[in-house]
Write a protein that binds this ligand. Structure first.
Ligand SMILES: [Fe+2]
Ligand SMILES: [Fe+2]
Length: 256
């Protein structure tokens, strides 16, 4: 089966572009299952029920999140009531939402785990130890996808090797810049350090570059605003043998 994982969808611009680009891309590439990181999908950052519904309506099957998941209070009940949106599993046990889910497609069950990094990130439980506890909870499903929402490339690579042969794919999110290291590891796990983002290309991680320059140059606070202009949709296509859960191939894409 072909699984498409999409990097952080940023703001209204990213959402609108996804709606335009995703349906035809799925058809073109024969995509069976789509997963997207939605932690920045709301206008003004975070995720809301409205922005999440937009991602689902665009053809996303499961939404993962990250450090901005709890920015908007209106999403808390939504996180608790849906089985197709997850938040980092290594956040507090009693926090809204779940850290993993299993989607039953009849002939195949797909497990999705979301984890947050702890290097240069907000404090959270250890992601390596957390994933060890989550894997047995997935009911033995073969196809398992892990979104590791993390800053440090070393932490992401380490988790990729740690999970090699235990899951179908490990992909990084959060840095919004696609890395060129997509590969199937020796044990049959597909890996990429970061999927990249979906949103305005001429931007600093989705934000107007002028604002980012001012913040870096002066150290003064400036309100973030999503950039405008040509957007792209970045992610990875994982071809997975659904009988074994092993990845057969991986292709990183950036669609304009
Ligand atoms: Fe993000
Ligand atoms: Fe993030």
């Amino acid at each position: 089966m072909n699984i498409f994982a999409i990097g952080d969808v940023v703001g209204q611009e990213g959402c609108e572009f996804l709606r335009k680009a995703l349906p035809s891309f799925k058809k073109l590439k024969g995509i069976d299952f789509t997963i997207a990181n939605g932690e920045n999908s709301a206008a003004g950052n975070g995720i809301t029920p409205f922005s999440a519904e937009h991602l689902f309506a665009s053809g996303v099957d499961v939404i993962t999140t990250g450090n901005h998941v709890y920015k908007r209070r209106e999403v808390y009940d939504f996180l608790d009531s849906r089985f197709d949106i997850v938040r980092p599993a290594n956040y507090g046990k009693n926090n809204p939402g779940s850290g993993f889910t299993v989607i039953d497609r009849g002939s195949v069950q797909i497990g999705v785990i979301n984890l947050a990094g702890i290097s240069y990130m907000d404090p959270a439980a250890n992601p390596f130890e957390t994933v060890d506890c989550v894997l047995p909870e997935l009911g033995g499903c073969k196809v398992i996808l892990v979104d590791f929402h993390a800053e440090a490339t070393a932490e992401k690579k380490a988790l990729g090797y740690y999970l090699d042969s235990k899951v179908s794919a490990v992909f990084g999110t959060h840095t919004h810049v696609q890395t060129s290291d997509a590969k199937v590891l020796e044990g049959g796990t597909a890996y990429i350090t970061d999927l990249g983002m979906t949103g305005p290309e001429k931007s600093v991680l989705g934000i107007k570059h002028e604002i980012a320059i001012t913040r870096f140059k002066t150290g003064m606070p400036a309100r973030f605003e999503t950039a405008k202009g040509q957007c792209f949709m970045c992610g990875c296509i994982f071809e997975i043998d659904e009988k074994t859960g092993r990845a057969l191939s991986v292709e990183s894409v950036c669609v304009e």
